[in-house]
Ligand binder design. Structure first.
Ligand code: NAP
Length: 250
């Protein structure tokens, strides 16, 4: 099924982990994909090569979403291809520390990437999506986290950053619906990527005990949901958050 044929998708943080799989999955759906990255050019180019080998089209584009010029570069790359019709705000970082030890810098650094980055990327993409009056509509999918729904020890910065993005998701959905722009979120649980590679094995074991489906997540568990929310099957869904966590928060 190529339900995204003719669409240009822009995925931030697509060099690795969940974002890389989202880029591959949107390409499988027929989208041409801008593969955003911050520092790992080779990894992003490998994702582009995989998509090309499977018959798709993609471009690796550098841009730090914590900066306005970085966001501009990513959105401009999608504009040059006639998009973006789909924006996936996936780029994200953690910097865990218990609240009493967390510095102001640690707090704001995480919000700069996860929250301000998502806001700026969305505003710049929406300028195009809103004006284009595309009869097929456009979609933004924000990758938040169960940490932003229920809170996690050591993640005052990260949980706040993701809860804020979820709030923005609802606001933008209300503002943009009249122009057929849909804004949704996915909230993954514990997904095996570089982001959680250094987590204490005891924390992993504890997480496993809390997951009814008895395994950690994989990027392939998240990407199909993003593809669904980006596509025509979700034409009447906006302002929602789909939790993908093996049942952990059920
Ligand atoms: P990851 O493996 O650490 O990959 C992070 C990606 O984000 C990389 O592509 C990185 O680019 C990019 N990135 C980081 N800071 C950036 C910036 N300032 N500007 C542009 N790109 C930036 O992370 P992941 O686990 O796949 O996480 C992806 C998203 O899912 C994040 O938003 C994360 O919060 C969310 N999430 C993850 C989990 C989990 O358990 N893994 C759970 C819930 C939610 P470079 O490669 O170029 O550095």
């Amino acid at each position: 099924m190529s339900e995204l044929a003719g669409r240009v998708a822009l995925v931030t943080g697509a060099s690795r982990g969940i974002g890389a799989e989202i880029a591959r999955e949107l390409a499988r759906g027929g989208a041409r994909v801008v593969v955003g990255f911050r520092s790992q050019r080779e990894a992003a180019e490998a994702v582009v090569a995989e998509i090309a080998a499977a018959g798709g089209e993609a471009w690796a584009v550098q841009g730090d979403v914590a900066t306005a010029p970085g966001c501009r570069a990513l959105v401009d790359a999608a504009l040059a291809q006639g998009g973006p019709h789909v924006l996936v705000n996936n780029a994200g970082i953690t910097d865990d520390r218990l609240t009493l030890q967390m510095t102001d810098e640690q707090f704001t650094r995480v919000l700069d990437t996860n929250t301000t980055g998502t806001f700026r990327m969305s505003r710049m993409a929406l300028e195009h999506m809103f004006r284009s009056r595309d009869p097929l509509g456009s979609a933004i999918v924000n990758v938040v986290s169960v940490s932003g729904l229920k809170g996690n020890r050591g993640q005052a910065n990260y949980a706040a950053s993701k809860a804020a993005v979820l709030a923005m998701t609802r606001v933008m959905a209300q503002e943009m619906g009249r122009r057929k722009v849909r804004v949704n979120a996915v909230a993954p649980g514990f997904v095996e990527t570089d982001m959680v590679a250094d987590v204490d094995p005891r924390v992993t074991e504890e997480a496993l005990r809390m997951i009814p489906l008895r395994r950690l997540g994989h990027p392939t568990d998240v990407a199909p949901a993003v593809r669904f929310l980006a596509g025509p099957g979700a034409a009447w869904i906006t302002g929602q958050c789909l939790v993908i966590d093996g049942g952990m928060t059920a």
